[in-house]
Design a protein around this ligand. Structure first.
Ligand code: NAD
Length: 486
């Protein structure tokens, strides 16, 4: 198979601190692999505590002495809109990088720049429209709210759609006047290296944006434990979230955590079956199944169960797995051999827990690269590991139910609570089920489409706090009450 290697790859991935690309002080590096050849294509600087210290100091200076926090919202908004334009214009280049580094199908990597740009535009507009409360006690007092940026925000991000998820934190953190240190995921550092030039060209002042590459246990850990970083916004595994929560506790840091999921897609017998099939196939197999909100447990009402399973398996078998750069590809290569091994181990576990109806291993003809055939297990019991644990790959568990009550009990029977998808044409049931399901986000008869004004986040082990709309503004600012006696 041909393997597309983008032109103009950097010869080294460096940190970006105080307006300059730099190596780690001690020269430490780590290997970055591409998921098709699994060969090292570049070395990246491996940030240590000393590198984080430098980045935080630069961000701190830019916050205390620089213009950024003091700009009028309209002035920052203009810079953010310029960032959005530049990001949008880089779509093809970004998609090529993301596909090469993450293994995402090129057709799904295209458009990530639009989503990233939209995050900047949205918060650029929101800060201009922002109004804060004023209260009057007639004849006695006027009390108002003073909103202030907090300082240096530490942003720690995962490897699935890395650039877009970075933008989801960078945009509100910068819009509100904070300065930042970004620590991107070590599996996929390539696209993050594009930010520096974009921010420079858009006019972000020196020191406002800093990037430190490196391992979570080194660079990420140092950022979490740095006393001059009052905020940590983290997206990643629930287990890592617990570690960060504990490490941030002595400092009483502000934490926003977007964590793992095992989201149910519940299909009732009265649903529009074609739409439900299309959406539930897309919901777990798009983005290689490496999607936090994947509908990775499908609960199907008994009356349509056999028919659903048969049609679902048929569709899964027809999914085109292949070279991520090929526009015909629908599932590409998983991000890294370690992750591939994890997903494959669940495929093997699943063979003892459910009825394999599609996939179940490597697709034929793909001998190298992290390829996993879209895999469907039916008749999966709720105590199965493949029902309970996040696999984060193209693997789905299907389970029948007989009543609304049973569907709800099954939907809620995991430690996670990120998303839920409900397919029914019964209006009352749809709303009552949404109310009762333990999920931060519900999509009714709908694909996973985001509205940036709505809360984004999970309940239970899927997260802490919600971002989206004014909630992001709240997280990245302090609200001070000012009281005036008349
Ligand atoms: P991960 O938790 O392994 O790593 C995420 C980031 O945390 C990386 O940058 C990593 O280097 C860093 N990190 C690791 N250990 C750390 C530590 N001790 N201190 C500080 N930083 C540390 O997650 P991942 O494998 O990169 O991403 C996949 C996970 O992310 C899945 O569980 C997925 O569901 C979740 N995710 C959630 C959302 C959401 O919005 N809820 C979105 C995307 C991904």
């Amino acid at each position: 198979m041909t393997h597309h290697i983008p032109e103009g790859l950097p010869d080294r991935i460096r940190h970006y601190i105080d307006g300059a690309f730099v190596d780690s002080i001690g020269g430490e590096t780590f290997d970055v692999l591409d998921p098709v050849s699994n060969e090292t294509y570049v070395q990246a600087a491996a940030g240590q505590r000393a590198d984080i210290d430098l980045a935080v100091a630069a961000a701190r200076r830019a916050f205390t002495d620089g213009p950024w926090p003091k700009l009028l919202p309209r002035q920052r908004s203009r810079v953010l809109h310029r960032i959005a334009d530049l990001v949008e214009a880089s779509d093809a280049r970004l998609a090529e990088f993301e596909t090469f580094d993450t293994g995402l199908p090129i057709t799904q990597a295209l458009g990530q720049a639009q989503r990233a740009a939209e995050n900047f535009r949205f918060f650029a507009d929101l800060i201009v429209a922002q109004s804060d409360d004023t209260y009057k006690v007639p004849g006695r007092q006027v009390n108002y709210v003073n909103r202030k940026p907090i300082g240096v925000a530490g942003l720690i991000t995962p490897w699935n759609t890395p650039f877009m998820l970075e933008s989801w934190k960078l945009a509100p953190a910068l819009a509100t006047g904070n300065t930042v240190v970004l620590k991107p995921a070590e599996f996929t550092p390539l696209s993050a290296s594009l930010w520096a030039a974009i921010f420079e060209e858009a006019g972000v002042p020196q020191g406002v944006f800093n990037l430190v590459n490196g391992l979570g246990e080194e660079a990420g850990d140092a950022l979490v434990k740095h006393p001059d970083v009052p905020l940590i916004s983290f997206t990643g595994e629930s287990r890592t979230g617990q570690v960060i929560f504990a490490n941030a506790a002595p400092f009483l840091k502000g934490l926003s955590m977007e964590l793992g999921g095992k989201s149910p897609a519940v299909v009732f017998a009265d649903a529009d079956l074609e739409s439900a099939l299309d959406a539930t196939v897309f919901g777990v197999f798009s983005l290689n199944g490496e999607r936090c909100t994947a509908g990775s447990r499908i609960l199907v009402e008994r009356a349509i169960y056999d028919d659903f399973v048969e049609q679902y398996a048929e569709r899964a078998r027809n999914i085109v797995v292949g070279d991520p750069h090929d526009p015909a590809t629908e599932v590409g290569a998983l991000v890294h051999p370690e992750h591939y091994d994890k997903v494959m181990s669940y495929v093997e576990i699943g063979k003892g827990e459910g009825r394999l109806v599609a996939g179940g291993g490597r697709p034929e003809g793909l001998d190298r690269g992290n390829y996993v055939a879209p895999t469907v297990f039916a008749d999966v019991a709720p105590d199965a590991r493949i029902f309970q644990e996040e696999i984060f790959g193209p693997v789905v568990a299907i389970t029948p139910f007989d009543s609304d009550e049973e569907a709800l009990a099954l939907a809620n029977d995991t430690k996670y609570g990120l998303a839920a998808y409900i397919w029914t044409n019964d209006l009352k049931r749809a709303h009552n089920f949404s109310q009762a399901v333990e999920a931060g986000m519900v999509w009714l008869n709908s694909n996973n489409v985001r509205d940036l004004r709505t809360p984004f986040g999970g309940v239970k082990a899927s997260g802490l706090g919600h971002e989206g709309g004014y909630r992001s503004i709240d997280f990245y600012t302090d609200q001070q009450a000012v009281h005036i006696t008349l």
